[in-house]
Design a protein. Sequence first.
Length: 320
Amino acid sequence: MSQPIHGEPFPVEAGEPPVLSGKDHAQNPGEYPPFHFRFQWRSPSRGHQPFTVTSADKPLEKGGAMKRMTAFCYGTLCYLLFLATFLYAIAFLGNFGLTRTIDGDGTMPFGQALLINTLLLGLFAVQHSVMARPAFKRWWTTFVPKPVERSTYVLFSSAALLLLFYAWQPMGGVMWDAQDQLLRGVLYALFAGGLLLVLIATFLINHFDLFGMRQVWLYLQGRPYVPLTFSTPGLYRYVRHPLYVGWLVTFWAAPTMTAAHLVFALATTIYILLAIRWEERDLTQVHGEAYEAYRERVPMLIPAVRASATAGHPAPVETA
């Protein structure tokens, strides 16, 4: 039988952090990288043979594996809730098969409905932006574990949207109603195209990091979270915020535009323009001159021919 005859800890590659003990890694899995050991064993036929053991092969502290699995299950449930909310939003905005959608005849005085809808939109805007700011996250993660911080953000965002859908008040009134079938078809195609653009934009910047799954997956494996690097993902070479472009197209491409739909579209447009300022301020703090140069080369929302094909785009600082 092969027997280990000696072992020596060592960094696998030059420049890696110092090798840590199993105790350090188990007690602080989010702070320390995996460690590695090289051993040799004696084989009667082959002599000394090296092999490597990583921290993933070492037993974790009591409860460590359960904590990781719990975090992963929690993140998965938050992600599934987001998917359900996204699908419900499509039906809500497009008036597809729901008893309560964004449009419809008013059931209460116009002013009261306007106040309720404005408060619902404001609640979502405050939650969505405040929880994405670095200062809030530094405070928030003093009692919310870092691996599930993004999943918790997704959970709160989904809850705020579901509350908006549940309590939204139709306001009656029709701003426009496209009667021509060809025109209605074009508007529905734009609506669908906007949603598709939103999805494509999330995958370009890493969909699963944006919605917290990458964080809990790495935590489940006992691997440290590494932020996404500055890159050049497709559409981001031509506009800085294709995800927001997709949402704006979706909100405004309405075959029938009621008063409530117009309030929603106006409020979300104003919010997006403000959110871009807050998000780009954070991106500039993180990436410095690289993002400043990118912002000078590439337009914000409307594509331009002059946009550089080599312009880079950083991974998002949690969408505002």
